[in-house]
Design a protein. Sequence first.
Length: 384
Amino acid sequence: MKDSKYIFNTYFFCFLYLSWVFFIHACGSQYFTLFNTDVLLKYFNSFIIVFLLAYFILSYKVNKNIFLDGLLAVVFIIGYTYFQKSVLVFIFIIMCRDVPFSLIVKSFLLASLLGMLFILCTYALSLYPKSSLDLFREDGYYRYLLGYRFPTFLPNYYFHMVLGWVFLRKERIKLIEIISILVINVPIYQLTDTRAVFFLVILTCAAVMALKYGRVCYSTFILGRTFSFLTKYSFVIFAFIAIYFQYTYDSSIYWMASLNSAFSGRLFLGHMGFELYNITPFGNLVEFVTMLEVTGKNKFFYIDSAYVQLLLVYGVIIFSLILIAYTRIGYEIIKRNDKYFGLVLILLFAHSLTDPQLMSPEFNPFMMCLGYYGLARYKNNLFR
């Protein structure tokens, strides 16, 4: 039985994580038209860091993991001087391992649900003006923001919430839950016209049905071997595909130009990233220009592939550490026969081919998996 100090530390960490995810989620809304949300987020992050330090003092135990923790801290701090990304990402990852991972996913789902309700309610009440983002596609189709900065935000939040729900429910998931997920998916697609995520949610539900009712698992003769291979190596496979095609992109080659068009210019923008920035050990301070920042002088520049972003922004060392970590997690998943966990990671990595949310805490709770390394009890917490 766990003592009261452990229980307090666990729920204190989950509360901090929930608050952090909710606040970042809320900052992705149209409130940026009224407030400087970047400044607000900076102050809020400072507030969270103070409490995380208190959590560190209360819970950190000196053991044989300390050398690896220190080494990772040095790598990340050096990298931070290059890419200037929030140090909170690393702190949360390295300090989550005493907490059962299922509680972190539950905290994420609650934070996301509260964030959605907050944004949709304020949208319904028209509490802020619309941004100047042109929401009409070339075919004249209107894409609704629904209170978010971009029409793609809500569908991507929904997709990651579905993955979290599948991870938690596993074999207990019922047909009515799968039908409900599909029914909600339809109006989200109709309003936002985010096609890739719409089909990924359908694929997720179909795969869950196969696992549950088709009895597919890691021991199934043909499908099981393929499933096992993808569970271990899907990060490597999808990362290679994304990086190779964007690094070697040549608009003069017809099939590449056609593929680039099919993916809304993603190959061209990724290739531009490789031309503007070198592949370095510790990454680069990549200056993106989103659709909201486009002017006569600033041309749109954004890399959608999470793998290319990870390589260029965070650098080769952190990219390699994350690749190794997710591969080792895949081995653990197969050893414990947690097929729903494996399915979730495969779908997450497939989504990361064309979308950038892999290292975004407000979207993806499964980035926290990276912290469960070292002692056996930490690895056990990943499956609790």
